[in-house]
Design a protein. Structure first.
Length: 481
């Protein structure tokens, strides 16, 4: 059966229409299909969102929050179905899908609801009344690596702000979005507030970004596609939020706990088969610790061997597609050609499940800044090790990137780690393995993107500010209405 678009609260019949197969990276089997949308579908979805905007933008905040609470409860209710779906369509190990893919999405909504409850819609500033208002119709384009998480961050924040949404989920992993459409109908979200249009970038993404009826675009994906999105949106001066790639570095200081730092760095790099934009894929190690760190890394890496993602104990599943597998392997081959030394992993084929898109978790050493692998995002389970002589050199190496999304510092002295973290040019830094905090802003410096997601700052991305000059004294009058 081909899954149709969700427009104006209705799942459309897709019988007989051109479809995109959903291929499981677990074994190469076709596990579903979605309709291949086009510009006419985008037009209908944008019109539905525009029609719904007038009433939704005026819906009191407590009612919007109630819908988000109901959506979070829906995710919890369908946790097992969502986890199994995500595991099948993009290869995430089932235990990770249940806890990180679905569990984090639920917490995303909880923290966004907290932000909305604390939001001050009107305030006196100088002699003006400053009012926050929803930006309008939002185009949300989400990726395949953490699809549910990204849908919740964008759609949840937008509808809390009073916006309406046209969502284009990744055509690689769209089946979870169809479940979300079902949940939105269950919780009786008003028709047109969230519309889902399936398709690829050319058929749906490009016309959606360029659509004159869209007021804002929020996109998560590669830096190259992000540039295209920004250029296309610029033609109508849309507001744009971009969460793009990264080549994040972990700095291990000379007083860092050895085994803890190894386990933490490998977990950051290898989780979700390395398909995490904030993965710390470069580790900078003091020259005096290098041998011991590498020996320990070899031992710990054995626990990340690829396996069947349907089994509870699997740590590393396949990457999301055969195409992604080939891209990762090409990066590994180039690194070998350029002189990086394989500590573990490499190009040997592994297939825990026949026909699966697996890549061996790989660690390179003897990596220098002149090599592509030091700078280019791989988006697979590939870690590079580079030694350093001084802390200043380590900071310079960490900042030697066009990206600036994430990073880490390891030290037995948290204050010392903080000093280094404050010198890193990146949007997030974890001290001693601290991971994603969805109550705090997430986003990047430099070519890692524009804007922030999560919590208060993610919610506020979807607001515009209006200054009514000379009206500050009227604030109390408005409170009485």
């Amino acid at each position: 059966m081909v899954i149709g678009h969700d427009i104006a609260g209705i799942r459309e019949d897709a019988a007989g229409l051109r479809a995109i197969d959903v291929v499981s990276p677990v074994d190469g089997a076709v596990i579903g299909a979605v309709v291949a949308g086009g510009p006419a579908d985008v037009d209908r979805a944008v019109a539905a969102a525009a029609d719904a905007f007038g009433s939704w933008s005026k819906t009191p905040m407590p009612q919007r929050i109630a819908h988000i609470v109901a959506l979070a409860e829906g995710l919890a209710r369908y946790r097992e179905l969502l986890a199994a779906t995500l595991s099948a369509e993009m290869g995430s190990p089932i235990a990770f899908a249940r806890s990180a893919q679905v569990g984090v999405a639920i917490v995303d909504l909880e923290r966004l609801a907290d932000a909305a409850r604390a939001h001050v819609e009107r305030e006196a500033v100088s002699n003006s009344l400053v009012v926050s208002e929803p930006v309008g119709v939002v185009a949300a384009i989400t990726p395949w690596n953490f699809p549910l998480h990204q849908i919740m961050l964008k759609v949840g924040a937008a509808i809390l702000a009073g916006c309406t949404v046209v969502l284009k989920p990744s055509e690689v992993a769209p089946l979870n979005a169809a479940i979300i459409g079902d949940i939105l109908r269950e919780i009786e979200l008003p028709a047109g507030v969230v519309n889902i249009v399936h398709g690829d970038g050319a058929g749906v993404g490009s016309p959606l970004v360029a659509h004159p009826g869209v007021d804002m675009v929020t996109f998560t994906g590669s830096r190259q596609v992000g540039e295209h999105v920004a250029r296309a949106a610029a033609a109508t001066i849309k507001k744009v939020a971009l969460e793009l790639g990264g080549k994040s570095a972990a700095i291990v200081l000379d007083d860092a706990p050895l085994e803890e730092s190894v386990r933490g760095v490998l977990a950051s790099c290898f989780a979700n088969a390395g398909q995490t934009c904030a993965a710390q894929t470069r580790v900078l190690v003091p020259e005096g610790m290098l041998d011991a760190w590498q020996r320990t890394a070899l031992e710990v890496a054995a626990g990340w061997a690829p396996g069947d993602p349907r089994e509870e104990g699997t740590a590393t599943g396949p990457v999301a597609s055969a195409l992604q597998r080939d891209r990762v392997r090409a990066h590994i081959a180039t690194a070998i050609d350029e002189g990086a030394r394989v500590l573990t992993g490499g190009l040997d084929i592994v297939e825990p499940t026949a026909g699966g898109a697996y890549v061996q978790p790989t660690i390179f050493t003897d990596v220098t800044p002149e090599m592509q692998i030091f700078h280019e995002e791989v988006f697979g389970p590939v870690l590079t090790i580079t030694p350093y002589a001084t802390v200043d050199e380590a900071v310079d190496l960490a900042n030697d990137s066009v990206y600036g999304l994430s990073g880490g510092v390891w030290s037995s002295e948290p204050r010392r780690a903080l000093d280094i973290a404050l010198r890193m040019r990146t949007g997030t830094v974890g001290i001693n393995g601290a991971g994603l905090d969805v109550g705090a802003p997430f986003g990047g410096y430099k070519q890692s993107g524009i804007g922030r997601e999560c919590g208060v700052h993610g919610f506020e991305e979807f607001l515009e500010l209006k200054s009514v000059m000379g009206a500050a004294a009227l604030l109390d009058d408005l409170r009485d209405r």
